[in-house]
Design a protein around this ligand. Structure first.
Ligand SMILES: Nc1ncnc2c1ncn2[C@@H]1O[C@H](COP(=O)(O)OP(=O)(O)OP(=O)(O)O)[C@@H](O)[C@H]1O
Ligand SMILES: [Mg+2]
Length: 421
């Protein structure tokens, strides 16, 4: 059986095809990367453009093996999302007081009865702690335990419905009626979490920051509990814009300069190193110092870290996560990023690579392609989908809790969105 992950990024679509063997091993057989169009700051803003590009990606995947587009899982991103923790409680109605799955489902459903602004809808509900008769239980699986009262703190992730509808429309259109879209999607920060972080890091306390082109998302854990997951509408694309303005050059030149000579920690760069802009752009004769370019980059990356740190301050966790900062996404590849993260966030820092030991690799080239912080979301999507299939419905989450995608209504919703030809 094939499982295909599609990470719809603001600058690139990243895909992984995995061949899942009968013994449960996951063989990564293909990766795809294509420049994305129609996606801005993580959100679909132009349906036709996005469909066109995604269609090309899926055609390539289908060409590889027709069966590979039967099980497709997507990432969903965008700053129009919220992170809530809702508490709900129910009485166990049976005389034997033994908790059954229906009770768990009921308490989760009750937790979802929150007041959201009009046009927002919950895409994930993840039970974080269960409390039986006022005592918090360590076990994430409370089925079989006994008590009079079951309470749960449930993480709710609502997104703005416009963001969601555009995404569903695109997914439905590209997969077509035959293969169909089964609604498999994961909020992007949860996907990178699954492929990059270890249980130990989540226990100790950690923040995973994904610096993409249009967004920076992060997820925070301590004591194995998810404390926050959020998408900020700023990313490596802002650095490119800053360089274009600072050097008065085109966006393409600015991006090329960033990738070739960029450094996020200006003190690492000698003031004597010069870059001749003529090699990037005809008619440009200016020579600029590499230190100046690094200063432009540093200011923006510092701003991104300080925005994330403000969020940690609100959680009283700034500088207090022993496993520190883990950085993934394309932005993680900027030289000097770790020095800057350590200085700005006052914690240990490391680059986050997908844990490729969870995959078997069909050929060496795939190892190189997967072993890349940019692939964190796509790799996490495959692993999540596998968790889901293994558990037969409930997503098993990295920290051991399970969570469900709120399914019943979207099937009808998708039917309405997909043209009936
Ligand atoms: N060495 C580097 N220095 C700085 N930025 C880099 C480097 N390598 C890649 N990037 C940037 O990483 C970005 C692409 O990363 P990524 O694929 O994670 O973004 P995305 O998923 O498309 O965007 P988003 O997650 O925001 O929707 C590009 O902006 C690219 O310029
Ligand atoms: Mg991304």
């Amino acid at each position: 059986m094939f499982v295909t992950a599609i990470d719809l990024g603001s600058s690139q679509i990243k895909g992984i095809v995995a061949d899942v063997k009968k013994d449960g091993s996951i063989v990564a057989v293909k990766t795809v990367k294509k420049k994305s169009n129609g996606i801005k700051k993580g959100e679909v803003v132009d349906i036709d453009e996005t469909v066109k590009t995604l269609f090309e990606v899926l055609s390539e995947i289908k060409h590889f093996d027709k069966r590979s587009i039967k099980n497709v899982i997507f990432s969903l991103s965008g700053a129009k999302s919220k992170f809530l923790v809702s508490r709900a409680g129910i009485s166990i109605p049976r005389p034997d007081l033994e908790i059954i799955q229906e009770d768990v489902d009921r308490v989760i459903k009750e937790s979802m009865a929150v007041n959201l602004p009009p046009g927002w809808q919950i895409i994930h509900s993840i039970p974080r702690e269960f409390v039986i008769d006022d005592i918090e239980v360590d076990d994430s699986n409370v089925v079989g335990l006994s008590g009079r009262k079951l309470e749960a703190n449930v993480i709710l992730l609502p997104v703005f419905s416009g963001l969601y509808k555009n995404f569903i429309k695109v997914a439905g259109l590209v997969l077509g009626k035959k293969s169909g879209f089964d609604g498999s999607l994961i909020f992007a920060p949860l996907a990178s979490d699954r492929s990059v972080l270890s249980k130990n890091q989540r226990e100790l306390g950690v923040i995973l920051i994904d610096i993409g082109f249009g967004t920076t998302s992060f997820i925070v854990y301590q004591d194995g509990k998810m404390l926050m997951a959020k998408v900020l509408p700023v990313g490596s694309g802002n650095i490119t814009n800053d360089i274009a303005i600072g050097l008065k050059c085109s966006i393409n030149t600015a991006e090329a300069i960033k990738l070739t000579f960029g450094c996020a920690f200006a003190r690492d760069v000698s003031t004597k190193d010069k870059v001749d802009l003529a090699q990037f752009e005809e008619g440009q004769s200016t020579e600029v110092s590499r230190r100046y370019i690094a200063e432009i980059i540093e200011v923006r990356v510092r701003e991104i870290f300080s925005m994330v740190n403000d969020e940690l301050k609100a959680l009283s966790k700034a500088g207090k996560l022993p496993a520190g900062v883990v950085i993934c996404g394309g932005g993680a590849k900027a030289p000097g990023i770790l020095d800057l993260a350590r200085e700005e966030m006052k914690m240990p820092a490391q680059i986050g690579f997908p844990n490729i030991s969870e995959f078997e690799i069909s050929h060496a080239q795939i190892t190189n392609e997967l072993d890349d912080p940019e692939m964190a979301v796509a790799a996490g999507l495959i692993l999540h989908k596998m968790d889901l299939l293994k558990k037969g419905g409930a997503y098993s989450y990295g920290s051991g809790v399970s969570y469900t995608l709120n399914e019943p209504w979207y099937k009808k919703f998708i039917r309405n969105l997909i043209p009936s030809d």
